[in-house]
Write a protein of this length. Structure first.
Ligand code: MG
Length: 388
């Protein structure tokens, strides 16, 4: 492909042809994507129309807008499950996000879906997480209970549509309709009256594969559970057996890593086999057609059961571990007192959140401000303004 003057020269079967940026992307996608994939050329566009980019398709631009946003960068300072004081090995919200993107792209490519859209959705999927993970979310939800509550999925929409300031001519990131609609389906699964796009379903499946594997890894590494305890669960027991068969005896550290690798590989292969076997005979002619049926991308029934057992073990033994319960209670108490404090003294808010309070009310503006903070910044602001 040769670029120049906003036009691309694209090699086709009939030789070189001058094509616009979107036509170039369309030609590439028509060679690579399955009929049921979302095509860039079929995108419903953006709320604020923008000219085509000479060599990036709409979903590539979405991905880039997300990666260059300040909210995305702040994910590096937000906990996934374990806090920064617990060490440097475990996942942050950012590294979780990138692992999801990597697994989602693998699945998306194997199914010949739109990998650019898959990547944009994966990088966006957790962008609305407040500080201190689900503990922070629960506290904000309680604080905003009589104003419609707080959910990280809904907050991601607010970030994308209003809070990110990057462009002169419109608020937010002006993402493609398909990215916003897929995120809206995370807020309310019934919102569209249709299943999410297959690309969004891939990200959902990849998210679950990713946290099941990395929470297993992190919790063993942090000594909250042992591999022997985890081996009681069929999913881990079978992974261990395959690792032993392939490598024989491994010492603890390598064993943990090999099991995590196996957990990912096994789950991804299961999804691809389950979905691949079902997709071909269905013969969907387009992305919209695939959404109007009962077909869903996900694990086999057997794996879904095994994952549920692992998740309930992780919930009881890790997410509700006394070390994490302490972190959770302290973070929630601080967020509640910060919420009340900022509502009482709006002068402490940055100017743009004081302005925002005029359109959405002080409670929501405070919630939006708090939710954007990293764990560390939240602690700093608490100690600065509200520490007794
Ligand atoms: Mg996630």
């Amino acid at each position: 492909m040769i670029l120049g003057c906003g036009r691309c020269v694209f090699m086709t079967n009939h030789g070189f042809q001058a094509l616009s940026g979107l036509q170039t992307i369309a030609a590439r996608e028509s060679l690579l994507l399955a009929p049921y994939a979302m095509r860039s050329i079929d995108s419903r566009g953006r709320r604020y129309p923008e000219p085509e980019h000479p060599y990036r398709g709409p979903f590539q631009r979405d991905r880039d807008r997300i990666v260059h946003s300040s909210t995305y960068r702040r994910l590096s300072g937000k906990m996934q499950v374990f806090t920064g004081d617990m060490g440097d090995y475990h996942r942050t919200r950012l590294t979780h996000t990138y692992e999801v993107a990597s697994i989602a792209r693998t699945i998306g490519r194997a199914l010949r879906l739109n990998e650019d859209l898959v990547e944009a959705l994966a990088l966006f999927h957790d962008i609305g997480h407040p500080p201190f993970g689900h503990a922070g979310e629960d506290a904000l939800n309680e604080c905003l209970a009589d104003k419609g509550g707080f959910s990280h999925n809904q907050y991601a929409m607010t970030i994308a549509e209003y809070l990110e300031v990057r462009y002169q001519s419109f608020p937010g990131l002006n993402l493609s309709w398909e990215v916003l609609e897929s995120q809206a389906s995370r807020v309310d699964k019934q919102a569209a009256g249709l299943a999410p796009l297959l690309e969004a379903q891939v990200v959902e499946a990849a998210d679950s594969i990713t946290y099941d594997a990395h929470d297993t890894d992190d919790s063993v590494k942090l000594g909250l559970v042992t591999m022997d305890e985890l081996a009681e669960l069929p999913l881990v027991r079978d992974s261990l057996a395959r690792v032993h068969e392939r490598f024989g005896g491994l010492h603890d550290k390598l064993l943990r890593k090999a099991v995590v690798h196996e957990l990912i590989d096994w789950q991804v292969s299961d999804v691809l086999e389950t979905v691949g076997a079902a997709l071909t005979p269905l013969g969907f002619g387009g992305a919209e057609e695939a959404r109007r049926t009962a077909f869903r991308i996900g694990p086999s029934e057997e794996l879904a059961e095994q994952k549920a057992e692992l998740e309930s073990f992780l919930f009881d033994r890790v997410y509700r571990h006394s070390q994490l319960i302490d972190v959770r209670s302290r973070a929630q108490a601080r967020l509640r007192s910060m919420f009340n404090g900022y509502c009482r003294k709006p002068a402490l808010l940055p100017a743009r959140f004081r302005d925002r309070a005029e359109s959405v009310g002080i409670a929501r503006a405070v919630g939006d401000y708090l939710a954007g903070m990293t764990d560390r910044y939240c602690e700093q602001q608490y100690l600065r303004h509200f520490s007794p």
